[in-house]
Design a binder for this molecule. Structure first.
Ligand code: PAP
Length: 344
């Protein structure tokens, strides 16, 4: 998506005036031209953004009012957000929906647990239209609106080994670009820019900003305010999903009752939200995810392999070493390391 694809059609007068302010702001921000694919990124509060995403971030900052009961799922893209949303939605709404008629069977998890900065542009009254209190965001901690950080709501953060995150991001980004422009590119171009993308990921210059600063921002905040955060790792969820589903329910203040545990509800939720189950649903095989007027994704782009360690099929030992060294350098000093599950 290039800045030229932004248009202000179909906006209300209020949105038109916000949009004008937004384009004025854009012209003042540091800009990074990317050639392959051709996108402009803008730096705002230390993170690089695609313009449309930044427009949503600013709207969230200006308009979103969190409630103390909100549960915000946060994570850098491709770290397990879709899975975590499905699990939290299933936990939060388990009294309303049984397993056979669950909305997760007919909806992409992103349509049930909206991404704040995406949804707010389509639907400014995002809170009023939800029947539960689980929301999500890719926004960095330091850019969250005050109402989230001060309202008492809870944040569930998910992170993932950066080597697998990068590989997943690379495939997704190439694919979404192909889908988002008519000129596109081709999935067969994959190797041509793999090394360039790798360097940009290491430098934090991706269309989703710096992975390192994202994890660090939330991790540091979680050390300061442990009650406000549940910090999860994708690898931990893979290793013991039932344990983490129970932990999530306790954290969300809706623990499973003895009867529910005897009925095997946590196990049923894990099964319903597994990669095999979700990726096999018709909606996730053939449906589309509408992001905004000029950007649509195939639902199946959110389900690729769902494995730990796929990086071994894509990164050279030198690339893996480089990522591990950056992780140790950027996060090790705070006592954080990737890959190992959080202690039960
Ligand atoms: P998003 O940020 O665009 O929402 P996100 O869901 O965080 O993406 O990450 C997608 C990754 O989670 C994909 O990983 P892969 O590319 O390495 O395969 C996707 O396959 C994986 N994923 C999606 N759903 C599940 C699931 N139910 N269980 C395990 N992994 C999953």
């Amino acid at each position: 998506m290039s800045s030229s694809t932004i248009n202000s059609d179909h906006r209300s007068p209020l949105m038109q005036s916000n949009y004008k302010l937004f384009t004025e702001l854009l012209s003042t921000l540091p800009k990074l031209n990317r050639n392959n694919p051709p996108v402009d990124l803008y730096q705002y509060q230390g993170f690089w953004y695609l313009p449309k995403v930044l427009e949503g971030v600013i709207q969230v900052q200006q308009q979103f009012q969190a409630r103390p009961t909100d549960i915000i799922i946060a994570g850098w893209p491709k770290t397990g957000n879709t899975w975590l949303k499905a699990l939290c939605f299933a936990i939060a709404t388990r009294k309303q929906h049984n397993q056979t008629k669950n909305p997760l069977l007919t909806n992409l998890p992103h349509n049930l647990v909206p991404i704040l900065e995406v949804e707010i542009l389509n639907n400014p009254k995002i809170r009023e239209t939800l029947h539960h209190s689980v929301l999500s965001t890719h926004m960095p901690y330091t850019s969250l609106p005050k109402s989230i950080t001060t309202s008492g709501c809870k944040i569930i953060y998910i992170c993932r080994d950066p080597k697998d995150t990068f590989v997943s991001f690379y495939h997704f980004f190439r694919r979404s670009h192909v889908l988002s422009t008519s000129a596109g590119g081709s999935i067969t171009d994959l190797n041509s820019s793999f090394h360039d993308e790798f360097d940009l990921f290491c430098e934090g210059k991706t269309s989703a900003g710096s992975f390192w600063d994202h994890v660090l921002g939330y991790y540091k905040a979680s050390l300061d305010r442990p009650d406000m955060f549940l910090f999860l790792k994708y690898e931990g969820l893979v290793e013991d999903p039932v344990f983490y589903v129970k932990k999530l329910a306790r954290y969300m203040d809706i623990p499973f009752s003895v009867e529910e545990e005897l009925e095997g509800i946590p196990e049923k939720i894990v099964k319903m939200c597994s990669f095999e189950s979700l990726s096999g649903l018709e909606v996730n095989k053939t449906g589309k995810y509408y992001v905004h007027e000029s950007y649509m994704l195939d639902n199946n782009s959110f389900f690729r392999k769902g494995n730990i360690g796929d990086w071994k099929n894509h990164l050279t030992p030198e690339m893996a070493k480089k990522i591990d060294e950056i992780a140790a350098e950027r996060l090790g000093g705070f006592g954080f390391s990737f890959g190992q599950p959080t202690a039960p």
